[in-house]
Design a binder for this molecule. Sequence first.
Ligand code: IFM
Length: 399
Amino acid sequence: MNVERGFLWGASSAPLQVEGNNVSSDWWAREESIPGMVASGDAIDSYHRYPEDMRLLADAGLNAYRFGIEWARIEPRQGQISRAQLAHYRRMIDTARNLGLTPVVTLHHFTSPQWFAELGGWMAADAVDHFVRYVRTVIPILDEVEWVATINEPNMMTMMIEMARAAESGELPEWQSPTVEGAVQPLLPIPDPQVGRRFVEAHHAVRDLIRDATGAKVGWTVANQALTATPGNEAKHLEIQYALEDLYLEAARGDDFIGVQAYSSQQVDENGLVPHAPHPDNTLVGTSYRPDALGMAVRHTWDVTGGVPILVTENGIASGDDARRIDYTSGALRGLFSAMADDVDVRGYLHWTALDNYEWGHWEPTFGLIAVDRETFERTPKPSLAWLGDVARRGGLPA
Ligand code: IFM
């Protein structure tokens, strides 16, 4: 299959994972309060090196880049707005556009200012008001941005918050990101729907504001686990699927797009999520090698949202073997194209991730199309970057 012109082909990133020194964020404070947690530090210094990062993507043939604005940089203290940081993110938008990359801008990707966390975080009575004020502050720099994602993976963020609380209180013996399977995380906590509904409220509170002021397409991005039921456990599957995904997908009805983020598939039995079985093919985050997860996630999202246009805002594999990345992505794209052939409206594919980066307390899982030397910050494109650029130029997979 060949996609139409205008289809977005790109890669994604998130501020804390790439910028470095997000010292006013709650994550930075968390790195100190959770014993033994591996810190983000300089990350990969994309705060300064973003022009080089974007140029590598554009030169390879991609036409889009998803990156985020860090609230904690814009408002490091409550009510204190940094004009310099607003200008920084506007320069990022301009740089992307000048390179021919369509910017897809995320307004919140897991991290908040530390002052917001100290006021009680997302469950505080005035949390949504604070978020709305932040969004109003950034709206003036979003001029000419066509795609805005309000909140990234609200469903994973509920787990991130819960797991951080458990690690801080000592209930978890050590930090483990919900994005990484490991010894201390045999099963993910099912997201608390009360917290989920708060994120829905926040998303809906800013959706029209951004749309009306900028004309951008506005949506949010949801993590999909491509869940399936083991025989006889269909009811449990639906229950878990609702708490993990559908609550958030239903909230996207009325959005301009929905961001689909899929990596692997997981089963549900009578006890809930079944941990990924150990297997030599498992990825560096412990999940099963399932390129078909993307097609499953896209079809599920299309059904639950009732036909909201889809942008794949994340899909990729944590692997040290770049040939594996190409193999995985080929399979994922085949599933995506098959869904599109069945009339699912997909507007683009953004790979996770542009550069190897900080995986929420871990450095080992490498998802990038570009390797980074963490001492010198030197960037080295992997063959998968040229491969994806070639797919973008052709508008489809090589024969
Ligand atoms: O790195 C994360 C990202 O921040 C959110 N989605 C999943 C990615 C890979 O685990």
